[in-house]
Design a protein. Structure first.
Length: 111
């Protein structure tokens, strides 16, 4: 099980990817509130993305997120560290997703 601090730092790495020149163009019209739930460590974060920029990353939940991604902390870090493929983890049921499938495909580019 990963620590809350490791997960926070991992999410900050994901947020930083929105500054990548290539990804800026890809996400320029993307505006969503993405909630990440880590049930194994009882932790949730919300990433508020507006026109391809992360406006806020905060611990907690929101009442009506556009997207909810649920996975355990170890799977999250394994994906970030390229030890596990996100699509394989999703296919194996290690990632649960609620939201438009087009958003899932778009967000996959961040991992």
């Amino acid at each position: 099980m990963a620590s809350r601090e490791e997960v926070r730092k991992g999410l900050e790495r994901v947020a930083a990817k929105f500054e990548d020149t290539e990804l800026k163009e890809y996400f320029k019209t993307f505006s969503k509130r993405v909630q990440f739930d880590y049930p194994d460590i009882n932790l949730s974060y919300v990433m508020d993305i507006s026109r391809g920029k992360v406006k806020e990353l905060k611990e907690g939940t929101v009442s009506r997120p556009d997207v909810v991604v649920t996975l355990n902390s170890e799977t999250f870090l394994a994906i970030l560290n390229k030890k596990t493929n996100a699509l394989d983890a999703y296919s194996a049921g290690k990632i649960k997703y609620k939201g438009a499938m087009t958003d899932l495909l778009k967000l996959q580019r961040l991992l």
